[in-house]
Design a protein around this ligand. Structure first.
Ligand SMILES: *Cc1c(COP(=O)(O)O)cnc(C)c1O
Length: 407
């Protein structure tokens, strides 16, 4: 073991290359500190965080209320496994159920695990309640979806880089174009147990479906006795301007998958929340997780619910999002600005540069964002960002687009 600690950005990146694995291509920035919407790298340079951990940092870095809840729990009890009750989990389940208007909460850790859990619950419900033939259950999903990285979840992705060389894949999924309720309805069969969709597709580039789409999906699923599972892992918990993005369309799902911001940027916390009669199909020993529902996660999760119960972050997302959208739409060099709440996908004119090139230049000028798919840059700053900071973000974006277009 070397005793010399790396100090510079280049040394840290070299160390990452030496012992890390190449499943990410991070921007050449090495972060060491964060507070609110701001982060600092190992060389003391400051940045505005315009990504917020893909919405895992909705409350910013180290929100004092969340850090305090975590510290308090660290001094009491951190893990029991579910072999015993712990005193924090029931409160967390109550808080999340109250916040989301659901009846029951199944705690897990990561988003992909929540999605896997929802798939298992929907299938078991299909066999045990709906009477679907053994082994025949099918789930309808949308093109362009992103629901995580496990082998079953990538089985129904249509992103080649998420799937290539990772098969064989889990059967039982039917994919239809996103935003087309008629195509979705046509894909429902007597064996369909659930429809699993994102109310707005984040990873695909913040794709907002046409008005009326979600309500129509809700109508046909209810009519056919099919569960609607909304994956709100990225769209939920205030990002879109409401506690649940589906609520903006007046749509209530049977099951919701939640994650990312549920852990307050401190620990991984995810959950499936929804109808008791659906989640209630699980029997002891059928599903679980060593870490799911641990007291530290539950304490942080409850604190997150407490912040969201004020409605202040949902309002901030609407207000700041309205402002950011207005400013982005006035920028030359963008061919599309899509968004809801404080959550935007902007497409850079191909003649100017790739999303990656824009993000590298933004980082050099102190703004951290991440490209998705070619020309799209995703902007999802922490909901604690100020209007002045949004001005810095947009002004920097404008400078980068200007400089790149001048070559
Ligand atoms: C991030 C994300 C996931 C996966 O969450 P992980 O915690 O990375 O496993 C699933 N669904 C959606 C919509 C997401 O944005």
């Amino acid at each position: 073991m070397t005793t010399v600690a790396p100090t510079t950005t280049d040394e840290r990146i070299a160390l990452a290359a030496a012992h890390g694995v190449g499943n990410y291509a991070p921007l050449p920035v090495v972060l060491a500190q964060g507070s609110g919407a701001r982060v600092t790298d190992v060389e003391g340079r400051h940045y505005l965080d315009a990504l917020a951990g893909y919405s895992a940092l909705n409350f910013g870095h180290r929100h004092p209320v969340l850090v305090e809840a975590a510290h308090r729990q660290l001094d009491a009890l951190t893990l029991t496994a579910r072999a015993f009750h712990n005193d924090r989990l029931p409160e967390f389940q109550r808080d999340l159920a109250e916040l989301t208007g659901t009846e029951a909460v199944l705690p897990m850790n990561t988003g992909a695990e929540a999605v896997e859990s929802a798939i298992k619950v929907a299938r078991a419900w299909g066999y045990r309640v709906r009477g679907v033939r053994p082994g025949a259950a099918r789930i309808v999903v949308a093109g362009g979806n992103f629901h995580g990285r496990t082998t079953t979840v990538v089985s129904f992705s249509d992103d080649p880089s998420a799937r290539a060389d990772f098969g064989p894949f889990t059967p039982g999924f039917d994919r239809v174009p996103y935003g087309d309720a008629a195509a979705l309805e046509a894909a429902l069969t007597d064996d369909t147990v659930a429809v699993l969709i994102e109310p707005v597709q984040g990873e695909a580039g913040v794709i907002v479906p046409p008005p009326g789409y979600l309500a129509e999906v809700r109508r046909v699923t209810a009519e056919r006795g099919v569960l609607l599972v909304l994956d709100e892992i990225q769209s939920g918990l205030a990002r879109a301007g409401a506690t649940l993005c589906g609520d903006l369309s007046g749509v209530r799902a049977d099951l919701y998958t939640l994650g990312k911001a549920l852990g307050g940027g401190i620990v991984p916390v995810s959950a499936v929340a929804g109808r008791r009669d659906v989640l209630g199909v699980l029997r002891p020993g059928e599903h679980g997780s060593t870490f799911g529902g641990n007291p530290l996660a539950a304490a942080v999760g409850s604190a997150v619910c407490g912040l969201l119960a004020t409605g202040e972050y949902q309002a901030a997302a609407r207000d700041l999002g309205g402002y950011l959208g207005e400013r982005l739409r006035a920028l030359p060099g963008l061919t599309a600005v899509r968004g809801v709440g404080l959550w935007f996908g902007v497409d850079v004119d191909e003649g100017i540069g790739s999303g990656r090139e824009v993000c590298v230049e933004l980082a050099r000028r102190g703004v951290l964002a991440k490209e998705t798919h070619g020309v799209t840059v995703r902007l999802s700053p922490p909901l604690v960002i100020t209007r002045d900071e949004l001005d810095v973000l947009v002004d920097t974006f404008a400078q980068v687009l200007g400089d790149l277009s001048r070559g």
